[in-house]
Ligand binder design. Structure first.
Ligand code: NAP
Length: 243
């Protein structure tokens, strides 16, 4: 039986770095993404260099029907394998002051981060419970702890993920499935590409943005056997910005 890690939003940024880190640890990798076939293919080519299997699984995490179809099809073609590690990483920003925020901006962010977590985790949890082993890692954010102006939708979604992490961790701990959240500060990816970097750096004690690989190494640790007794935690990785 081969173990796989599924990383959502793995075509770019933090998800890409997580796919590579978990491949280094010997896990077979399922690369989920939304639209960027070219970038996902590139991640796949990089991952296989570590001697593991890499597969693309394109679906919209906010669409439960797409998730059901994709996972069902994967299970049919992998009768002897199972997904032991799930990294709920896919996320989007649709920033606006609340007073100007459109329904669509609110719903898109909640649907991707929160509903995406719910649909996919519920689907994969059953197998983890049966196998009595599993790792679920949810990408939250500093915004979900501190709240950031202009990001009421994003902050709400990330705070909700933190609550869900803590509740689910208690539900599934008896089956040796751990559930943790990571709360990055500012990380150098496309998502932060439009931000005033030099202004923001002045607020960060480490005086720099974090790198996707630095978040991925924490994902790697939480996925490992060494982290078997850590569950229900929210771990910040933010260069000292907020503790
Ligand atoms: P990114 O560079 O913008 O990449 C986003 C990834 O999510 C892409 O792979 C994208 O796929 C995928 N995605 C978006 N919507 C999706 C959907 N509906 N279904 C499936 N995949 C979808 O983002 P990032 O900066 O790496 O952020 C990754 C996670 O970390 C997010 O949850 C984000 O909120 C969180 N985070 C980031 C920072 C930061 O400073 N960067 C800080 C705190 C938390 P395509 O390439 O196909 O579009």
């Amino acid at each position: 039986m081969a173990k796989y890690a599924l990383i959502t939003g793995a075509s770019r940024g933090i998800g890409r770095a997580c796919a590579i880190e978990l491949a280094k640890q010997g896990l077979n990798i399922i690369i989920n993404y939304y639209s960027r076939d070219d970038l996902a293919e590139d991640v796949k080519n990089t991952v296989v260099e570590y001697g593991v299997v890499a597969e693309l699984l394109k679906f919209d995490v906010s669409d439960s029907a797409q998730i059901e179809a994709a996972i069902e099809n994967w299970e049919l073609t992998h009768p002897d394998d199972y997904i032991d590690v799930l990294v709920n990483n896919a996320g989007i920003r649709r920033d606006s002051l609340l007073i100007f925020m459109q329904n669509q901006q609110w719903h898109e962010v909640l649907n991707t981060t929160l509903n995406g977590f719910f649909y996919l985790t519920r689907r994969l949890l059953k197998n983890m419970m049966t196998k009595r082993h599993g790792r679920i890692i949810n990408m939250a954010s500093l915004s979900g702890i501190k709240g950031l102006p202009g990001q009421v939708n994003y902050s709400a979604a990330k705070a909700a993920i933190i609550g869900a992490t803590k509740a689910l961790a208690q539900e599934v701990a008896p089956r040796k499935v751990t559930v943790n959240a990571i709360a990055p500060g500012f990380i150098e990816t496309d998502m932060t590409g439009d931000l005033p970097v030099n202004e923001l750096k002045k607020m960060i004690p480490m005086a720099r943005f974090g790198r996707p690989e630095e978040v991925a190494s924490l994902v790697g640790f939480l996925s490992s056997d060494n982290a078997a007794y850590i569950t229900g935690e929210v771990i910040s990785i933010n260069g000292g910005l907020y503790t």
